[in-house]
Write a protein that binds this ligand. Structure first.
Ligand SMILES: Nc1nc2c(ncn2[C@@H]2O[C@H](COP(=O)(O)OP(=O)(O)O)[C@@H](O)[C@H]2O)c(=O)[nH]1
Ligand SMILES: [Mg+2]
Length: 710
């Protein structure tokens, strides 16, 4: 494949609700541009884009697939993205490096939840958008209803460029009101015959044509002048005007296709070539230091890595966009984040699992190379001597979690490495080695996302794992002050153990006074790694406990703070004052005092009105108006505390505080309650008291399992 410059490159991402036909459309584009000899289908599991086993099993895309089509004098880089919200990470990283979004809407369903969610991302990334209404051959296709919904949800800037002459089974003609031509397709699709628009359609076609011309003219003063003078715009003026309006998001043209019948993809590619902005026409990209990068092939070489993958088919690859300069095989580039110099080996463009070697990649292009050793997603690489960092992709925070356990022991190291790999490839998958919970926890975007990770562990890394519920990181504290004494005495064979400790255990609050009626000789304040404090006061008088045993007592207390008496959870916000005790001239030792310290603390804690705390999250739920009532009335059942409701277009946003214990199942609950039409984000907020009944139950469970000996 030859090298293309930034005037002859186009970068598009195909977006849309799951099942709208993105992968099928991409397949048509590859087939029509003769990139592939045969058109694959979802049903036969033969598309270029969905080549992973899991995608075949599910008959749906899981990964974003970089593809490439050469159409006339242009190279179109296409990233086919998955539609399910669970794989949003793949969409976000793709959108970061393309210029234009193609939003596919299925004519039989119209605007769906996914369409709306993805629309928000096009706003965030400020990409031009083309709508493609697919499946106009479908028996329930309603192109005009889809257009109405697009207008309603995304504004009047969405304008019809094409419409089907007849929908459903009889579909074979597209009326194009930009070229004012009817494209009539042969029964098996492909190349259409250009015909005059039928007489009876002319009125509608002319009206739509004029609407299109007017909106283009409105967006540019010079064009408006010409339009007013002549009552029309010539072809070149229309092209210029459309490109400018697309860039400024003042127009969202609507096209129609049947990907199933291969009717319409060619015309979409021609529009992409001629009208959709080239990388050079897009606004310059600012680096973190404020340097502006334009798609200049003679500029300083600079690339940004947006994706990394490890495939049996292709090997490990790093995917990047060239933001400036020209990248050639064998070039040395400095990774600004890791400081390492990487030699770029072979350069490729990808068509699904097929790698096509290219001699060079110019500014504005997308490409791949064999995985660079010390380079990760979000890294910027550039020529030596520069100092450029492109802004990182802002991946959405995880929504669900599960604990991972190996089906068989002995593969712990392998699992650790495999999980590291998965996280490297997919930054929306977060691996947490939760030492306090004794679990490895996987955080992801949804159940399907986690299941895909499990599938990948099995297929790519030959690791069999099970998912079990993630434990809740409860915390324990007390509400009352208690004095206690504990004597540890043991005679085992010759040597004995002896230590007696008297301590006061109190709830710690910021700014509290010194321990009453005790003489404080020293105070240590320990910030606990899990939050909260332990304050340790030495109140020993007359040397009843030797100074050298004081740290041992603290150690014992700390041991119990790590694994609290109520549920084995971390303990926080405690003041311990050791004020009396006894030693034995021979049998006292650090070990004995440590045990005495631990046991004294435990006994005091249990008597000091202990309280269990649980993590509470702020949950921000977005739900279609008509479902708000259902969602709101369900929240109290999940111990949700509603904080407020806001209106956002056709949606309502409910802000609610919810315990993590409930949130863990909420993704599934909300999906089934709203057929997937609601979504949420969540973030840790505070620790709050667990209801006493639940505390009693958790304590009983813990006591039944835990055994402790002094
Ligand atoms: N009737 C009809 N079905 C289509 C069309 N395009 C795709 N499909 C079917 O819709 C389903 C989803 O297609 P796919 O390309 O995987 O959608 P994606 O999830 O958006 O990538 C598959 O069963 C396709 O065969 C079309 O133009 N007409
Ligand atoms: Mg797909």
């Amino acid at each position: 494949m030859k090298s293309y410059d930034a005037h002859h490159l186009r970068n598009v991402a195909i977006l849309g609700h799951a099942g709208s036909g993105k992968t099928s459309l991409a397949e048509c584009m590859l087939y029509e541009s003769e990139e592939i000899p045969r058109r694959g289908s979802i049903e036969e599991r033969t598309t270029t884009s969905d080549f992973h086993e899991i995608e075949h099993e599910r008959q749906a895309s899981v990964f974003a697939s970089p593809l490439v089509a050469e159409w006339r004098d242009y190279k179109i880089n296409i990233i086919d993205t998955p539609g399910y919200a669970d794989y949003i990470g793949e969409v976000v990283s793709s959108m970061r490096v393309v210029d234009t979004s193609i939003m596919v809407v299925a004519a039989n369903h119209g605007v769906e939840v996914g369409t709306e969610a993805l629309w928000k991302y096009t706003e965030r990334f400020r990409t031009p958008v083309m709508f493609v209404v697919n499946k106009v051959d479908h028996e329930h296709a309603d192109f005009w209803r889809s257009v109405d919904q697009i207008h309603d949800r995304f504004g009047r800037e969405a304008v019809v460029v094409q419409y089907p002459l007849v929908q459903g089974a009889g579909f074979n003609t597209i009326v194009d009101v930009l070229t004012m031509t009817a494209y009539v397709f042969p029964p098996h699709g492909g190349k259409p015959e250009k015909m005059a628009i039928p007489e009876q359609e002319l009125e509608r076609a002319n009206r739509l044509h004029n609407e299109l011309v007017e909106i283009v003219a409105e967006n540019d003063e010079t064009l408006m002048d010409h339009y007013l003078e002549r009552g029309n715009l010539d072809v070149e003026e229309m092209r210029q005007g459309l490109t400018l309006s697309l860039i400024k998001r003042q127009i969202f043209p609507i096209f129609c296709v049947s990907a199933k019948l291969d009717m319409g993809a060619g015309r979409i590619m021609s529009f992409i070539d001629i009208v959709v902005p080239a990388p050079v026409e897009m606004p310059a990209v600012a680096t973190m230091g404020g340097t502006m990068l334009t798609a200049d092939p003679t500029g300083k070489p600079c690339i940004f890595v947006y994706r990394s993958s490890s495939e049996a088919n292709t090997g490990d690859m790093s995917y990047f966009r060239v933001y400036s300069g020209t990248i050639t095989h064998g070039m040395d580039l400095v990774n600004e984040q890791t400081g390492v110099t990487e030699r770029i080996g072979q350069l490729y463009v990808m068509n699904g699992k097929k790698r096509i070697e290219v001699p060079q990649l110019e500014a504005g292009d997308l490409g791949a190379t064999v995985k660079l050793k010390n380079t990760h997603v979000n890294n910027t690489l550039h020529e030596k001597g520069l100092n450029l960092v492109l802004p990182a992709i802002d991946f959405p925070a995880p929504k669900v979690r599960t604990a991972v356990v190996l089906a068989k022991n002995g593969e712990e190291d392998k699992l650790g490495m495999a999980l590291h790999h998965l996280q490297e490839e997919d930054p929306t998958l977060i691996v947490e080695h939760a030492a306090d919970l004794h679990q490895i926890i996987l955080h992801g975007q949804g159940d399907m996302h986690l299941q895909a990770a499990k599938h990948r562990l099995a297929s790519r890394f030959k690791l069999d794992v099970n998912f079990v519920p993630a434990r809740i990181p409860y915390q324990e504290t007390i509400r009352r002050s208690i004095n206690t004494e504990y004597r540890h005495k043991k005679q085992t064979g010759g040597a004995g153990q002896f230590a007696e400790v008297h301590m006061r255990v109190e709830p710690y609050v910021e700014g509290m006074g010194a321990p009453e009626q005790l003489q404080v000789r020293g105070t240590e304040v320990h910030d606990l790694p899990w939050g909260g404090k332990l304050v340790y006061c030495n109140c020993i008088v007359g040397g009843v406990i030797d100074q050298r045993f004081m740290p041992a007592i603290l150690k014992g207390v700390m041991e119990k703070m790590q694994e609290g008496p109520i549920t084995g959870s971390h303990v926080r916000d405690i003041r311990v004052s050791v004020f009396d005790g006894k030693m034995h001239p021979v049998d006292s030792s650090e070990a004995a005092f440590k045990t005495a310290g631990r046991m004294a603390f435990k006994e005091a804690f249990i008597k000091a009105d202990p309280m269990l705390l649980e993590p509470i999250y702020t949950v921000d739920i977005t739900v279609p108006e008509e479902l708000t009532g259902d969602v709101m009335s369900d929240l109290p059942l999940r111990r949700g505390m509603i904080e407020g409701v806001d209106v956002e277009g056709h949606y309502q946003r409910i802000k609610v505080l919810m315990p993590l214990a409930e949130l863990d199942t909420y993704a599934t609950v909300l999906r089934s309650m709203t057929q997937g039409r609601a979504s949420y984000t969540s973030a840790f907020s505070v620790y709050q008291q667990v209801p006493s009944q639940l505390q009693q139950k958790l304590h009983a469970d813990y006591v039944a399992h835990a055994q402790e000996e002094a």
